[in-house]
Design a protein around this ligand. Structure first.
Ligand code: HEM
Length: 444
């Protein structure tokens, strides 16, 4: 008898039968499988061996937090992503990751992020000023532009030309699209290579690295203080007193762009749509914004008063977590609750399904921001993980929350938002992307 014990096994043929619909959207298959086989399941793949998938929050915490030393990031997040976006915090493992995390963490500490709030707020207001009131406006492109600008200005403040940033934005978008294509259809890799697509995208990688390199060189040559993330990254020192090389800086900067802008744009799109769909919620948001506009306070003080908007953002990321799934691989055999997993098992945690698991959430499909009010939040936090958990928790979580709260406030202050459709369509790629989400904006 095998010494290994896996969760309930879903026959591989069931997976094969649905493989084309799973490739388009795996969420319905995950949901159906959990409902039939239990909250943690396994599939034995002829290519990858055992794969475990869970919507059990305790198991997610086991791999992300409790046994993080045994569970490393899989090749999807390391090898495949780093080929295009560099070997930085998001895409590294082991000692190198720890060394970089220790170095970069202080720049994202709540106290340090507070220094960036003025840059974030000014960029948000600039971008919201560009929005034209319109009926049924497609939100995602606007939020994507906005979120890119916020990361760019926070990194480089005013040291990069508009045209240069536009080119960088174009390249990062193309690279992200191509990564998704390669990951979703691995069998077409050779075809992309033969067609020259891989070469084209590697050329774009080179160009993006050159752009960032010249911004770094200019900054190194100037003796001005910019109080942005680039200043913090340039001055951060390892234990031996050295700091990052240009190549390391480029890797980390590319990662911050990739990890930090699409996720935020997705969450903002879902949040604004959900608020527009729920009139009673919208009224409370408007009241909070109205109360604030009667005071003269700094953006930082504003943030401490946007309590209900914060609940709306949090509840929106419960229903539509931008990082909807994550995975790890165990580097040694492991006892995981009632199971014993052989070294090399891929374990996926569906944050999407954990956030809708009826065991943890009442009326789990409904948008109810009140769940996150101070008096209620303690009992739900163990099951809530939009920013991951454990030592690899999102480094930009405070940055993202501040940004999103300021955007919702700025839009509701400027526009009357509404919508007449109740549907929200999504596409789970590397991040959970909204599809064709529209709202109407009328000038106040
Ligand atoms: C709503 C917005 C965001 C969401 C939902 C989000 C979510 C996440 C999640 C779930 C992880 C952990 C992945 C895993 O453990 O496998 C992560 C990691 C990371 N995020 Fe975010 N993120 C957001 C915004 C940001 C922003 C604004 C930045 C930076 C400006 C950022 C930078 C990073 C980095 C560098 C990592 C890797 C950390 C490490 O492994 O040490 N993220 N993010």
């Amino acid at each position: 008898m095998s010494k290994y014990k896996y969760p309930n096994r879903v026959p591989f043929y069931k997976f094969l039968l649905k493989s084309s619909s799973i490739a388009k959207n795996p969420i319905p298959f995950h949901n159906e499988t959990f409902n039939t086989y239990g909250d943690t399941i396994s599939i034995k793949s002829p290519f990858y061996g055992y794969i475990v998938l869970t919507r059990d929050a305790a198991i997610a915490k086991h791999i992300l937090q409790k046994k993080h030393k045994v569970y490393h990031k899989s090749k999807i997040q390391t090898k495949y992503l780093s080929k295009y976006v560099g070997y930085g915090l998001l895409t590294s493992n082991d000692e190198y990751w720890l060394q970089q995390r220790r170095l970069i963490q202080p720049a994202f500490h709540k106290e340090k992020i507070k220094n960036l709030v003025d840059i974030i707020n000014a960029t948000v207001n600039e971008q919201v000023d560009l929005i034209k009131p319109e009926t049924a406006i497609d939100l995602y492109p606007i939020m994507n532009e906005l979120a890119f600008e916020v990361v760019a200005k926070s990194l480089f403040n005013f040291s990069a030309e508009k045209e240069t940033l536009k080119r960088l934005q174009f390249i990062i978008a193309r690279l992200q699209e191509f990564i998704v294509k390669e990951l979703r259809q691995p069998f077409t890799k050779l075809w992309y290579w033969l067609k020259g697509d891989v070469r084209y995208h590697m050329k774009l990688v080179k160009e993006s690295r050159e752009i960032i390199n010249s911004i770094i060189d200019q900054r190194r040559a100037s003796n001005k203080q910019h109080d942005d993330l680039l200043d913090m990254l340039l001055h951060a020192q390892y234990e031996d007193g050295t700091s990052m090389t240009n190549d390391q800086l480029i890797d980390e900067i590319l990662i911050l762009f990739v990890a930090g802008h699409e996720t935020t744009a997705n969450a903002l799109t879902f949040t604004l749509k959900l608020i527009a769909q729920h009139n009673e919620v919208l009224k409370k948001v408007e009241a909070e914004v109205e109360q604030l506009s009667q005071q003269q306070v700094s953006p930082l003080q504003e943030l401490s008063q946007l309590n209900y908007i914060k609940c709306c953002v949090e509840e929106s990321m419960r229903l539509y977590p931008p990082a909807w799934i994550t995975d790890r691989v165990n580097v040694e055999d492991d006892d995981m609750g009632n199971y014993n997993l052989k070294k090399g098992t891929i374990v996926g945690a569906s944050i999407f399904e954990i956030h809708r698991n009826k065991e943890y959430w009442s009326n789990s499909e409904q948008f109810k921001p009140d769940r996150f009010l101070e008096e209620n939040r303690k009992k739900i936090l163990p099951y809530y993980m939009p920013f991951g958990a454990g030592p690899r928790l999102c480094i930009g979580n405070n940055f993202a929350m501040y940004e999103m709260m300021l955007v919702v406030k700025a839009i509701v202050k400027r526009f009357i938002i509404s919508t007449d459709d109740n549907e929200i369509k999504m596409n789970p790629l590397i991040t959970l992307k909204p599809i064709g989400v529209k709202i109407s904006l009328e000038e106040r």
